[in-house]
Write a new protein. Structure first.
Length: 142
């Protein structure tokens, strides 16, 4: 299991907008957000999401028959092609690995949703539009 201090240090680093920050371009962020919404209810149920300038947070529950690896592969592949097209660039957009974890109870789910929804404000990005939640899913988890 990863050390909590290490996770928090990584999050602080990301919130400093390190790296290329391709998702700061609102067209790119919208591609990611729309892609997340496209399979909601088909391959997974979204609880909450946040597209930050250099990373994305997604809280979801898999629908039987679908696995996280395939879902992420599909999302990363599609969004890479579309964002590269829109931004007139080539090459890798996403890291090969993703940081995922299992949420074990309703209290952890609640804390994680609060973190994801509050991430733009914590990073100094007031009124960042690419953040949202599915109230029905959150209510059903309580």
């Amino acid at each position: 299991m990863l050390d909590t201090a290490l996770i928090e240090a990584c999050e602080r680093f990301l919130d400093q907008h390190a790296g290329e920050c391709l998702l700061r371009d609102r067209r790119a962020a919208k591609i990611v957000e729309d892609s997340l919404m496209f399979f909601d209810g088909l391959r997974y149920q979204l609880f909450a999401w946040c597209v930050m300038p250099n990373h994305v947070h997604v809280i979801l529950s898999l629908i039987n028959g679908f696995d996280l690896s395939s879902i992420l592969h599909s999302l990363k592949g599609f969004t890479s092609k579309e964002i590269n097209k829109v931004l007139g660039r080539r090459g890798t957009l996403w890291q090969a690995e993703s940081f995922d974890r299992c949420i074990r109870d309703s209290e952890e789910l609640e804390r994680t949703i609060e973190y994801v929804l509050g991430n733009p404000i914590a990073a100094g990005m007031e009124n960042w539009p690419f953040v949202g939640m599915n109230p029905e899913m959150i209510a059903s988890a309580k």
